[in-house]
Design a protein around this ligand. Structure first.
Ligand SMILES: NC(=O)c1ccc[n+]([C@@H]2O[C@H](COP(=O)([O-])OP(=O)(O)OC[C@H]3O[C@@H](n4cnc5c(N)ncnc54)[C@H](OP(=O)(O)O)[C@@H]3O)[C@@H](O)[C@H]2O)c1
Length: 340
């Protein structure tokens, strides 16, 4: 591989066929920037939504998509003090959210959304929007953390604190959901996992699921969840779907239950009746990935807890199209693209 050029995949329009290979110069870091040689990139559901023109209809082309990647710092710009060449790092996706309250207008500085993405050999990252990768993880594993893992961590360990023994219902076995399952099991939460596939549910059990429900064969999964909790309902639900699915989530929640709204797999809207909110004092919280401090804490926990991200398949850099097609099939675990 020629390390003097910067290979990228650029969107020249909407649709997978408009994602084209491109070559350019390796950029030079400006003050407070790091030049990072990317080793592995992982794909998220939202990358496909961007490719299809659903998430950012007014996107300006050409655009390099994807947000999640691990790489090595190969050069630093003037004034950089937080990192040095040779360190293995991950980009903080919401680049202007170091800690505390979110920026007043969210996603004005988000990798692969309002900022260029990571589907390149080299990227420039501001030193304030970078964290060290957990040393125990392979490149493919580490690349999966910035969105999928941090979103799950934020819902379970930042927006609320885990209480061992409480129940959490995790919808589906996508990237965010599998991390949520692994964290929940490590925290001593009793995780109920739903999936359309008995085979995936079996694998979820091996990852620590307490109970499983097939939402295809048991569409009234809310009733099944209530039954599994002896009629009291679930303490916390990660809403990954939206639409009418949220109505079932509300039905499945216990008194003082929490609904973390994360995904829009089924709809861009939520539909709820009001009375169950009042009767059960339900808390609803939207989740938007997370801040850098949470990312650093999560990486520390991943090391201590020995959590290994579930990687379904690693593709070569020339196989980006196949990688996105594989994502469509609903893999069990993350889809990763390696640069070499
Ligand atoms: N708010 C945030 O910060 C944030 C961050 C990351 C992702 N997201 C959103 O969260 C969602 C999941 O993202 P991801 O990257 O984890 O997606 P993903 O890896 O592509 O997950 C897809 C999985 O979702 C499950 N699913 C689909 N329809 C379902 C339904 N009706 N009920 C239950 N599960 C269903 C399926 O699981 P089975 O095959 O097991 O049925 C499918 O395999 C997306 O909408 C994404 O945009 C939001």
């Amino acid at each position: 591989m020629n390390r003097d050029i910067n290979r990228s995949w650029q969107m020249t329009g909407f649709g997978l066929s408009k994602l084209q290979p491109a070559q350019g110069k390796i950029p030079a870091p400006r003050p407070h920037e790091l030049l990072v040689r990317i080793k592995a990139i992982s794909l998220n559901y939202k990358d496909r939504m961007i490719l299809d023109g659903v998430l950012i209809p007014d996107l300006v082309f050409p655009f390099v998509p994807t947000s999640d990647a691990v790489g090595e710092v190969v050069a630093v710009g003037g004034g950089v003090s937080r990192f040095q060449a040779g360190q293995r790092v991950l980009g903080q996706v919401i680049a202007d959210w170091p800690d505390g309250d979110a920026p007043p207008v969210l996603h004005q500085h988000t990798l692969g959304l309002s900022l260029p993405g990571t589907l390149s050999d080299y990227v420039l990252l501001h030193e304030d929007a970078v964290v060290l990768a957990p040393p125990s993880l392979s490149d493919a594993e580490a690349s999966t953390l910035p969105i999928a893992a941090l979103t799950a961590w934020f819902a379970l360990a930042e927006a609320t604190k885990p209480v061992p023994g409480q129940t959490v219902l995790i919808q589906g076995t996508g990237g965010v959901s599998l991390f949520a399952l692994q964290f929940a099991a490590a925290f001593g939460l009793r995780a109920i996992v739903t999936s359309s596939s008995d085979d995936k549910l079996e694998r979820a059990r091996k990852l620590g699921a307490w109970q499983v429900i097939n939402y295809r064969t048991q569409p009234a999964w809310d009733e099944a969840a209530r039954d599994l909790t002896g009629g009291t309902g679930v303490n916390h639900i990660l809403e990954m779907v939206g639409g009418d699915n949220a109505r079932r989530s509300l039905d499945a929640l216990a008194a003082d239950g929490r609904l973390s709204v994360i995904g829009l797999l089924g709809s861009m809207e939520l539909s709820f009746p009001i009375v169950p909110f009042l009767r059960n004092r339900i808390v609803v919280q939207g989740i938007s990935i997370g801040h850098r401090r949470a990312f650093e804490r999560m990486n520390q926990a991943i090391e201590v807890l020995g959590i290994r991200p579930v990687v379904d398949k690693v593709f070569g850099f020339e196989e980006v199209e196949q990688a996105f097609q594989h994502l469509e099939k609903g893999p069990f675990g993350k889809v990763v693209v390696a640069t070499s």
